[in-house]
Every structure is written in C-alpha cells, then in structure tokens.
Design a protein around this ligand. Structure first.
Ligand code: NAI
Length: 627
C-alpha cells in the first residue's frame, strides 16, 4: 500500500524539545537560568497542548532565549546524542523507507535538517520554521509567513503537500493530531516514548510507546521481532521499586500489585502475562501454570523457590529465576556480629541492665582474635565468612562434603569431628539437603570443645533442638545463636520454642538475609536474568531449566526452541533447518532429562515458512524468534 509517514521532530524523533536544550546552552552561567528554563518549558507545553496560540508561544520563547547563530553547532551536537532510543535502534527503517518519510515540525530547519539527514531524510522533505538573524548573528525572530509559525499550521502545511496514499502522522503533541482531525491525515499515532501527553493520547488512533510498536502494527521492517511494550510483566508482593524501574526502562509493560494473590485470583490475573514476579508468599501451583497462556518466565524475587512447581513449570516451557546470592553478605555480617556478641556475652550483660542490674565483669568475655572458627558448609556463605573472619584475626577451619578450595589461610578438616574438636565457635552454613537433618545432635555437641559456641543461620532442621538445649543447660556450650528453626510460622505473631529464656542464646526470626541491601540487590539481579532471557534467550542461573550462556546476537535472527526431550527431536529440527537452506551462524543446545532448549542463529534473510515448520514440530513446548 502506498503510505506516507509524517514525523514530528521534538520529543518524537528526539528525546527533547530542542529550544529547551538551546536555552540550557545560551543561559549558561546566568543565576536566573533555572527559572527561565522552567518558564520556557511551561510556554512550550502551553503551545503544544494548544492552550495559547502557537505564534505567541514561539515569539515569547525566542525572546527569552537570547540565542546566536554561534550556539547552533553546539545545539546540533547535543541533539545528535538525544535521538529517541527506539528511533536510533530502527535506523534501517528510515533507510529503506526514505522516500515515504516526511518531517513536519514547528521547530527550526537550522537544527532539524542536519539531524534528520543522518536518517536519510533529505532537506526537501523537512517542513519547519526558519530563524531570523540580525547583523550580529543574534536570533531575533522567525519567518512569520511560514505556515508552521501559525496556530495549527501543520494542517495547512500538510494540505499543501497534497500527499498521495494513506498518510500516517507520528507525534507526541495535540498539534500533530490536528492533521488527522482536519481529515488530511488518515491515522494519528501518539508517540509516548519521551513524553506522554494526555490530550494527544486521548485522541490517537493508536498510542505507540516506541517506534517498535508503530513498526509492528504496520508490519514494517524492524529491529525487534516483538515490541517490548507488548510483553506484560506482573509483579506481586511489593517487590522493590528498582525492579519496576529496571523492567519498565527496558520497555516492558509492568503492572505492580502490592500483595500476594490467592490461587483463584492469580488464575484469572495470569492470562496474557508473559512474566510473573513473586516473592515467597505467592504459590505458583499447577493450576496457575495451567491457566497461564503466555507465561515465559517466573522471577522469584527471593532466595527460595519451593513456592513454585518448578518441574511442572519447566514442562510448560516456563523458566524460573531466583536470586540465590543476593543476601550472602547479609548472612555473613550477621554471623560475624554474633560471633563477637557470643564470645563477649553481650546479650546476658544487656539483659541484666534491661532488668535493672549493673554487672561489670570480664568473666566469659573473650576477644575473637586468635580464636578458631569452624565453618561447616564451605559454599557461598561459608567462604565469604571465612574471608571476613580471617581478616579479623580468627583462625578458620572448614568442613565440606565436597572438595572445596581453601580461601586465604583457612584449613580444611577431613571430618566434621575434626572440625568440632578444634573450634571455639562453630558456624553452620550447609544447604537444605534432607540428609542434613540433625547434623548436629548430642554426640556432635559433645565433640565440640567445652565452652564453645554454636551458630546456625542455615536451616532449622540441621540442629537437634533438645540436644542443643541440653548442651546449653549443662554449660557444655557457652552460647549459641539461632536464626532458623525446625518449624517456622508462616506469618508474624506468636512463636514458641523450648529454648526461650536460656542464657547467652541469641534468637532471631530468620532474618539473616533480610536487609535493605539484599532486597535492593535482588531488584537488580532478577530483572537482569529476566531481560537476558527475554531479549537474548540466555538461561544462565535458571533454577529449573537447562542453562545456556549465549554469545551476543549479531546481525542474525535467533530461533529459540523449547521441546520435550524425546528421541529424534533434534534430528527433526535440524532436518527442517536444512530443508529451508538456512545459513546457520551458531547453534547451542542444552538438555535435561525432560526438556531440551536449542538456539539457532541464522543470517538475516530466511524463508518465513521455517517458523511455521518449527512451531509445528511435535513435542514443541515453546518457540520464539528474536531479532
Ligand atoms: P551453598 O549451596 O552455596 O553452600 C552449601 C555448602 O554446604 C555446599 O558447599 C555443600 O557442599 C555443603 N554441605 C552440604 N551438606 C553438608 C554437610 N553435611 N557437611 C558439610 N558440608 C555440607 O549455600 P549458601 O548460599 O552458602 O547457603 C547456605 C545455607 O544458608 C543454606 O541452607 C541457605 O538456605 C541458608 N540461608 C539462610 C539465610 C537466612 O536468612 N538465615 C539466608 C540465605 C541462606
């Protein structure tokens, strides 16, 4: 179809209003600069929304600008850096459709022409105002006879152009919409990538948050196969606001819900959602996964993933990410603090003062310098604790069931007993393997040194509570700190443990990893994983999915195919690829016993029939194309 595309310039092709930028340049160094710039922006908006006459808005602004011809090169240089993100990403569209593209702007040719020239738009297709200069090069006015210097001048301008075919206008302002209202343009796209102007959006045939959406709707060549604004992300349970910022800045449509949703509500809400973000309270059950028609990713903005049916999700082709390391440092810092508090008997001294007793004593108060710390479980947390404890002068011993490299001067123990025998403080950092139930019982406690302390920040079931109670009551252990319990309540409220009231025992409600920093880190970590998967197909660190680390996709199309891992399926996929004579530039495959994930990069040109053929492969769980 013969189409013409009429683009606005300011806040559409560029992210800014050029005269605002010019003001920043010309008013540099003036004490009232901010005030004048605010006033100029205000007048700009009044003009754009049609609240004052456009000529008036222009006159007033030019007077305030005090600009000179010499300022223009600087302005152009700055505008060049401020092309709208999705416009810059789709330069190819401007190259291939050059003859159909026009710029109609109430801005000025002096800066528009050099900017759009880089996008293949020749000056004869730029319609805009022109400045008037005095002998000294000062900008003193503009050509008032130009249609575009008039109120609703774009109507007249477009009318005079007498364009053939369907005319589509793309702009951010009401003054762009008027061409459609006057019946000279056929469609108006409100462009909201840089600024959302309600008055324009309200009247638009289509709101386009970026050029990708506009190109998608018109089925035009584009940089992204699927506009990101069409990818719906639902974030539940009040995840950190930075997660929202990260995902929406990347262009996704993100909805926030402050609480968790019960199954029945989530089943309704999950329809059409591509990415679900949860914390520990939302159950992603089989029923929820069955109701999800678009779900590609579940992001657990926490450490644990037991609230998600991981295997079921995998078999539906939904990838799950969590943030296993975001709170490592938080746990380690608590462990360090507790080692000191226990060795110095700080809690008993503090309790005494709370109940009105002064008891200044050095009894049972020891420095940690030179003492032996035994770390059981030398994983993420154990290792980091090892480094910090050593820096404070402790001698570190560790025991792990796997062969772990010692950091710093830490000494590996061959058996748990060796470690228990030698340590002044034992800190547990094993994982949640069921074999670790009662790893520390009466026998192990008696294997510890008399007067030693025990810290458990790992899992509640790792320590046999009656044995610990006996160890503390008998005085064999001089102190202990627990953050985790064999049974923990689901919500805050009453809590009972036989350990209540014991001396030199620090009890905390599973807060080892609960810090603002950890929450903040999760809000970066999980969105990054989500974006790497959606934008490029990478599944590194996925909890339930074969991991594939991918090179950056360059000048190619990427086919992502998730399938049931049944015999012969890869052969079938490759037969199809071969039959379409594709030039494959890279192929990556990872499987587990249930699913296979294969990524194929092909040259830019390919027969679209291959997509249908790949989607049609039996046992396909999900197929996507990225470019
Ligand atoms: P990780 O998986 O990196 O390390 C666990 C290590 O323990 C591994 O090296 C493993 O080989 C070792 N291990 C397992 N069983 C063992 C055994 N019987 N004897 C000796 N070594 C054994 O885990 P990460 O990230 O270091 O976390 C450690 C623990 O801390 C986990 O149980 C986790 O749930 C818990 N955690 C607690 C938090 C809290 O708020 N209190 C916050 C974060 C983690």
């Amino acid at each position: 179809m013969d189409r013409k595309y009429v683009f606005d310039f300011d806040s559409t092709l560029t992210r800014v209003e050029a005269l605002d930028v010019l003001a920043e340049i010309t008013l540099k160094g003036r004490p009232d600069r901010e005030e004048i710039i605010r006033e100029i922006q205000h007048i700009t908006n009044l003009g754009i929304d049609g609240d004052i006459s456009f000529t008036e808005s222009l006159e007033r602004r030019i007077r305030m600008l005090q600009a000179n011809r010499d300022h223009l090169p600087q302005l152009i240089e700055q505008l060049r850096k401020k092309i709208s993100k999705s416009i810059a990403a789709n330069k190819e569209f401007f190259e291939t459709h050059a003859s159909q593209i026009y710029v109609i702007s109430a801005g000025f040719r002096e800066f528009i022409v050099p900017i759009v020239a880089e996008y293949n738009i020749p000056e004869e297709r730029v319609y805009a105002n022109t400045f008037e200069f005095d002998g000294a090069g000062n900008i003193v006015g503009f050509d008032e006879t130009n249609d575009l210097a008039q109120h609703n001048g774009k109507i007249e301008c477009l009318k005079n152009l007498d364009l053939q075919g369907e005319v589509q206008v793309i702009g951010d302002g009401y003054s762009d919409y008027v061409m459609r209202e006057a019946g000279i343009a056929h469609k108006f796209f409100a462009y909201t990538e840089n600024v959302h102007r309600e008055k324009a959006a309200r009247h638009a045939d289509h709101i386009t948050p970026n050029l990708d959406e506009f190109l998608f709707v018109n089925d035009l060549p584009r940089n992204l196969s699927y506009p990101k604004n069409r990818i719906k992300i639902l974030l539940l349970e009040n995840v950190h606001p930075v997660a929202f910022d990260n995902l929406s800045e990347d262009g996704f449509s993100v909805e926030l819900v402050s609480h968790s949703l019960p199954e029945a509500e989530l089943i309704k809400k999950i329809k059409g959602v591509h990415v679900l973000g949860i914390r520990s309270k939302t159950r992603v059950s089989r029923n929820v996964l069955d109701a999800a028609d678009k779900l590609m990713v579940v992001g657990a903005f926490c450490i644990g993933t037991t609230q998600i049916e991981l295997e079921y999700a995998k078999n539906k082709g939904a990838v799950v990410f969590n943030a296993p390391y975001s709170n490592t440092r938080s746990v380690v810092e608590l462990a360090i603090g507790e080692i000191i508090m226990l060795m110095r008997s700080i809690f008993p001294r503090s309790m005494e003062i709370h109940s009105g007793t002064w008891n200044k004593t050095a009894a049972n108060s020891r420095e940690i310098r030179g003492k032996n710390l035994g770390i059981v479980g030398y994983g993420n947390i154990g290792k980091q604790l090892s480094v910090l404890a050593e820096a404070m002068g402790m001698r570190v011993y560790y025991y792990d069931i796997e062969d772990k490299l010692a950091l710093g001067n830490a000494v590996r123990c061959d058996t748990l007993e060796d470690l228990l025998n030698v340590s002044d403080v034992v800190s547990l950092h094993v994982d949640d393997n069921p074999h670790n139930r009662n790893l520390i019982g009466s026998r192990e406690i008696r294997q510890m040194r008399q007067g030693a302390c025990l810290i458990n920040l790992s899992r509640g079931f790792v320590v046999d509570i009656p044995a610990l109670e006996e160890g503390l009551r008998s005085g064999w252990l001089s102190g202990a700190a627990l953050d985790v319990y064999p049974e923990e309540p689901r919500s805050n409220g009453p809590f009972e443990t036989p350990l209540r009231g014991l001396d030199n025992l620090i009890l905390t409600p599973h807060i080892g990893g609960s810090t603002e920093e950890a929450q903040r880190d999760i809000a970066d970590f999980v969105p990054n994983k989500i974006m790497e998967y959606i934008n490029a197909g990478s599944t590194v660190d996925a909890v339930n999915f074969p991991n594939i680390r991918l090179p950056k996709q360059q000048e190619s199309h990427r086919f992502l195919h998730i399938h049931k891992n049944v015999p012969g399926i890869m052969a079938h996929i490759n037969e199809i690829l071969a039959s379409y004579d594709l030039n494959i530039t890279g192929q990556y495959l990872s499987t587990d016993p249930d699913v296979g994930y294969v990524i194929t990069d092909v040259d830019r040109e390919y027969n679209k029939g291959v997509i249908r053929a790949l989607k049609g492969v039996e046992h396909t769980l999900r197929f996507r194309v990225l470019y």
